[in-house]
Design a binder for this molecule. Structure first.
Ligand code: 4HQ
Length: 242
């Protein structure tokens, strides 16, 4: 997959793209990221990319021309590239959207700044607006990094076999069960006996049960899309009445 990132702060991406799974994906050639500095497309002698809003009001607006030309420099060579702008008014990012995006060959991520972007850029060049949640950030860089991260780990062969994607198939939309590693006892706190038993069937059963328990406690809304067995349904009911 190729991702072009249009930003005023390309240096913000260096650490993220060089580390961990993303660093590996880039090294392996599964992901190519092209950082484009929007300022390079300014025609202003001071390299300005923002201006005062028509109609007045606080803050600055990103000008149409530099951003338009920056996007065109990418889309001109690949009109099929999917262009996404990060914005609080966008569709809320989630795992289903990450999956969809991971099937694209070429993404263009536009990182807004200041109070916003001239609407004409969005109208003429942007396919989709995506929000990573209901809070206000100073710019679209961190949302873009979140999207790149979530999408890249879904690319075939991005994850080592040890941290595979099995979770998405059979733990379907549930939160993770609690995890433990050595030692078996720490400050009197013991690892649940079943995990030391070597009985894989029992361990699977325990994990599924804990996943359901954790999900019910922390994110009951996630259970709505989950099919439970009759037995599980019964057990959840009995826990409800405690
Ligand atoms: N932004 N999810 C762009 C966000 C945001 C979010 C703040 C993006 C300001 C101009 N983007 N600007 N939350 O807070 O995507």
């Amino acid at each position: 997959m190729r991702i072009d990132v249009l930003t005023l702060f390309p240096e913000m991406f260096y650490g993220v793209l060089c580390s961990s799974i993303l660093g590996k994906a880039v090294e392996k050639g599964l992901l190519t990221v092209n950082l484009v500095n929007i300022r390079d497309f300014s025609k202003d002698k001071h390299r300005r990319v923002d201006d005062y809003p028509y109609g007045g009001g606080a803050g600055m607006v990103m000008m149409v021309q530099p951003l338009y030309d920056a996007i065109l420099s990418i889309k001109g060579t690949d009109p099929g590239a999917k262009t996404i702008m990060t914005s609080p008014r966008g569709k809320r990012f989630n795992q289903a959207i990450a999956k969809e995006l991971s099937t694209e060959k070429h993404l263009v991520l536009v990182c807004g700044h200041y109070e916003g972007v001239d609407q004409r850029v969005i109208d003429s060049m942007v396919d989709e607006e995506i929000s990573i949640g209901d809070y206000v950030l100073t710019g679209g860089e961190i949302p873009s990094m979140a999207i790149i991260d979530a999408v890249t780990r879904l690319l075939p062969e991005a994850l080592g076999s040890s941290d595979s994607l099995e979770e998405e198939s059979f733990k379907q939309g549930l939160l993770e069960y609690p995890q433990y590693t050595r030692p078996a006892e720490f400050n009197g706190m013991k690892v649940p006996e079943v995990l030391l038993s070597g009985n894989h069937k029992e361990i699977e059963k325990w994990r599924r049960e804990k996943s359901l328990e954790v999900t019910r406690r922390f994110r009951p809304d996630l259970l709505e899309g989950t099919r439970l067995s009759v037995e599980e349904e019964r057990r959840m009911q009995s826990k409800n009445s405690l």
